[in-house]
Design a binder for this molecule. Sequence first.
Ligand SMILES: Nc1ncnc2c1ncn2[C@@H]1O[C@H](COP(=O)(O)OP(=O)(O)OP(=O)(O)O)[C@@H](O)[C@H]1O
Ligand SMILES: [Mg+2]
Length: 385
Amino acid sequence: MNKDMKILVVADYDSVKDMLREILSVYEQVRYTTSSEVKKEIDRIGPDVVLLVQPEDGAGVELVQYIQGELPEGIVIYLTERQDFVLLRDVVRAGAVEYIVMPDELNLLSDRLDKISDLSLIKQRKKGADVSGKAFVRGRGKVYSFYSGKGGSGRTQLATGFAQALKLESTASVLLIDLNLQYGGVETFLSFENNRTLGDLMPVMDEINEFHIRNVAQRENYSKLEVLVSPRDAETAENMSEAFVTRLIRASRRSYDFVILDLPTHMNELTFAALSESDMIYYVMNLDTPSVQIYQLVEDLFKRLRIDTAGRLEVIVNQVGRDNELNVSDLKGLFNAPITAEISRDHQGVQAAVNQGRPLQKEPNEKKLSPAAKDIRKWVLKKLS
Ligand SMILES: Nc1ncnc2c1ncn2[C@@H]1O[C@H](COP(=O)(O)OP(=O)(O)OP(=O)(O)O)[C@@H](O)[C@H]1O
Ligand SMILES: [Mg+2]
């Protein structure tokens, strides 16, 4: 962490200042000013980051624009007590990189500052080299879909477990998106605090970017995995277009190293769009005859829809246990895609986690993992190696 990062707090109320003082105590160069004074001070202080608390006169958007004009390289984070999508959009358009609702999302602030300070360290180290800051920001992230033609096979369980382990066991940024728009699912396995959903991104569909996504994404408590939760609403689902799904995935891939999609079983234009955008499709299968029959229908359907699966379709066998109708070895040769992971049946571990509202894995290199969590972690480590 770069403790020397210069932070300027613009706040008109003492109560807010006190709250921020605590969070910012780890930073050595923090200055405070008010919205009426900031124009005089900004040039002299030349902060790396400005924390702009919604001013009393409400002229926040203009102030963001002013600060961005004065400090093109500066990073503006906007803090407000109101959850207001129109304001969020305007503030982000004006150049703020983050919109944080106080006090509920203040924990997010430390997280963001950590990341920004890391980035500013990299910039310092590379100073002089002919590289622009932007070059570090992001490349093209990978999109992995969890799909199956058969409900209840474990797509959500594995997608959440995979995303969680990936976030915990690497430094990569990971976004999990629940595209089961009508009924959702990931909230069963991970717990969240507010009710933002990916439906909140529909109004900004045409200009959707990293900051919109980060503001709507929820964070899993243990890993800080970011998750776009399903709206779980038939009407919102109806109104979502293929173009929206495509843009959402593309914007996500520009902003995160890994984007994990939990997909519904039914094939419609949205599922199709998501599969088409995927670098890898993990087909989740159980060891019984109906699962194999449905898999073969799906392979056919993929062909008819011209979804190119060469090198990007893998079968993940889930619920492997003693009393399966079939063995993994029975599947070999039945279909073209390789089987690349086997996950144990683990009623006890899964039930305990769900009942306690905690994820299967809570920390990196966790020692006492249940069998399914262990298998998922092993799979993720193989993927990362
Ligand atoms: N390896 C496993 N061991 C034990 N239970 C499991 C395992 N994988 C999944 N389950 C359980 O099976 C049930 C179905 O899993 P999940 O919800 O992930 O499937 P899905 O394919 O997403 O289903 P849906 O079609 O409802 O979206 C859940 O109760 C889940 O906890
Ligand atoms: Mg599901």
